[in-house]
Design a protein around this ligand. Sequence first.
Ligand SMILES: NC(=O)c1ccc[n+]([C@@H]2O[C@H](COP(=O)([O-])OP(=O)(O)OC[C@H]3O[C@@H](n4cnc5c(N)ncnc54)[C@H](O)[C@@H]3O)[C@@H](O)[C@H]2O)c1
Length: 223
Amino acid sequence: MNALVTGAARGIGAAIAERLAADGWNVHAVDLEDGDLSTREGNRAVVDAALERFDGSLDAVVANAGFQHVSPLRDFPEDQWDKLQALLLTSPFLLAKYAWDALAASADGRFLVVASVHGLVASPFKAGYVAAKHGVLGLVKVLALEGAEVGISASALCPAYVRTAIVEAQLENRSEEELLAPQAVKRLLEPAEVAAAAAFLLGPDGRSVTGAPLVLDLGWTAH
Ligand SMILES: NC(=O)c1ccc[n+]([C@@H]2O[C@H](COP(=O)([O-])OP(=O)(O)OC[C@H]3O[C@@H](n4cnc5c(N)ncnc54)[C@H](O)[C@@H]3O)[C@@H](O)[C@H]2O)c1
């Protein structure tokens, strides 16, 4: 089974790539140097490279690359807004579009987006990120409906805070206690925990999950 994983140089993407490889997948792991996924050309390049490596056969795509920008709305840089939409929302659309025929040709095509609990709820000062993550869950629903016709399932992961560079940057300005306040369970998720959920969704037991996210939010949305 062949998978393309984006944003795989570190953090959650690296953990997913490592876990899938350990589970026996052939993994084409890409990051910025393989293509800037905030551009159409970058998304085209990584899908083409994966198809070339796997002789045209692709069974799973994991759209994971992302970043965060924290700023009050009235100061929110418009370029950062555009870049967040391009990477968190448009890149998954382009990856799905470009990989669609190959996934449809697979016996069991899967498309997985690493979304966020911020696809379900908002936090202040994260307008670009929250809007894009809400949007990508809508995209996953459409992919599931269209994918049902051709044997592709589409799902998403909605983790709370995970111990990666994105969170380390936020901890420079806020205490861990403050950051974790919305979570019922006061700890960071580990990248390997998110990777285990990805492995489930992409594996044979995850086949029934399509058009919906798997929420790993440590009780955030239970309030
Ligand atoms: N860390 C968290 O708390 C958390 C929680 C929920 C969801 N997420 C999501 O998980 C995904 C991975 O985030 P992470 O926490 O592992 O962050 P990270 O910063 O450790 O990793 C993100 C990776 O994406 C790559 N990337 C960034 N911009 C890119 C671009 N334009 N083109 C190609 N690659 C690019 C980076 O180089 C990096 O390797 C993101 O979509 C993020 O929104 C993270």
